[in-house]
Design a protein. Structure first.
Lengths: 230, 175
């Protein structure tokens, strides 16, 4: 026979706030509306019950918090206002960093060190912008270039590093809009990353650092509007 | 984008996209915005899309109860591909049921999942575009005046010199 569970509040990592799990009615609204209910035998209701019963480590070490996309549908409909999504994100954050699946922790560290998730060097970035800018200028937008570090610009935009890395032409969509609207805009030559993987890996300090950098760029360049272009 | 459209700074040609179009609600701009900012941006997504196309249909259920594409929360980058595609079956059905031929995704992650994941796996008869891609492809671009071009070129050259960017002129390659 399995050992009976001993709930010890002192050792809890997840359910520090009663709202996080203790209020649950076990009604299953969350599980019924979740597209991944059943994967690995988990569902949002069970996962919350695990947190309520002190099975913190079992939840943290499971794939559940990572299969869940933190879409928030369960939390939005929960009749008791339980913070399901926030609990699952917290479970992500409690995973040892070297056991975070995929590249999101490595990308976060890369971002902290080099200013973007993929480690694109400043010079490569600037010459890419210059080349693509010239292409667009020759392709229906005469006079176009990418204004870098332009002080006092109206709009400063971040860039998703996947675009300069793998889909550079996709940056031109926004550029065409700026061109047609004659916007006074700019992009920072450093820390221009618009993706915040600290949010997804549950890494609060990295999340905050990344947000701070985006704001710092806007302040340094005295821009009025910050555009997160997605 | 709303400001650009409302103020008339952009000229839009709706006839460029006559096909039936639907818009995907990213979790971050509906539910999570509601949680954090007290406001869902579902209505804005619809408003912008409907300024760009005449033929629009919502998915069901829309806005706050719309389903995640299946790649949220970093799942696009994570190694659980099978689970991500399984997750997306609900989104795929929503899209199919809407009858739309063009799906607008206002988020990088969602666009990748719908365009590169779901379209292939569930053989959806659709084209997927970013919301700003649809806008960029809908506007009528007027070239700048010679004066504006000259001014921009001066500023560009000053910037390149400051940043040490060396440009090869394209003209030579074209000849």
């Amino acid at each position: 026979m399995a050992e009976p569970l001993k709930v010890n509040k002192k050792n809890r990592k997840l359910a520090v706030d009663a709202k996080m799990a203790d209020l649950c009615f076990t009604c299953g609204t969350c599980a019924g509306g979740c597209p991944v209910t059943g994967i690995d035998g988990f569902d949002p209701r069970k996962a919350i019950r695990m947190a309520a019963l002190g099975l913190d480590d079992e939840l943290i070490n499971s794939r559940w918090p990572w299969i869940c996309t933190l879409c928030g549908r369960c939390e939005n409909q929960c009749p008791m206002g339980i913070n399901l999504m926030k609990t699952f994100r917290k479970a992500r954050g409690l995973r040892d960093r070297d056991k975070v699946p995929g590249p999101i922790h490595k990308g976060t560290m890369m971002n902290l060190q080099r200013g973007n998730n993929l480690g694109i060097p400043r010079d490569d970035f600037l010459s890419l912008l210059a080349d693509l800018g010239q292409e667009l200028a020759h392709d229906g937008c005469p006079g176009f270039y990418v204004p870098v570090d332009k002080k006092g610009a109206n709009v400063i935009t971040t860039i998703n590093s996947k675009e300069p890395f793998g889909e550079p032409d996709d940056m031109k969509f926004w550029w065409k809009i700026f061109y047609a609207a004659k916007e006074d805009w700019t992009v920072s030559s450093t820390n221009w990353e618009g993706v915040n993987w600290g949010l997804f890996s549950g890494d609060d300090p990295a999340w905050k650092e990344q947000v701070g950098r985006v704001l710092e760029n806007a302040r340094r360049l005295e821009c009025k509007t910050l555009l997160l272009p997605e | 984008m709303i400001e650009y459209i409302q103020s008339g700074r952009l000229t839009i040609d709706k006839s460029k996209h006559p096909q039936l179009t639907t818009a995907h609600d990213p979790c971050n701009y509906t539910r999570k915005s509601q949680m954090v900012l007290g406001k869902s941006y579902g209505p804005e997504i619809r408003w912008i899309t409907q300024q760009l196309v005449d033929n629009y249909v919502d998915m069901y259920p829309p806005d706050m109860n719309n389903y995640c594409c299946g790649a949220g929360g970093g799942a696009w980058a994570m190694p659980y591909d099978k689970e991500r595609i399984y997750y997306g079956r609900v989104k795929a059905k929503q899209i199919l049921d809407s009858g739309a031929e063009l799906v607008v995704a206002p988020c990088h992650n969602c666009r990748d999942q719908i365009m590169k994941g779901l379209t292939k796996e569930y053989q959806l008869p659709i084209e997927t575009m970013y919301l700003w891609e649809l806008l960029a492809e809908s506007i009528v671009i007027e070239p700048w005046s010679d004066e504006e071009i000259a001014q921009a070129t001066t500023m560009r050259d000053a910037q390149f010199e400051r940043d040490g960017v060396v440009m090869e002129e394209l003209e030579e390659e074209e000849e």
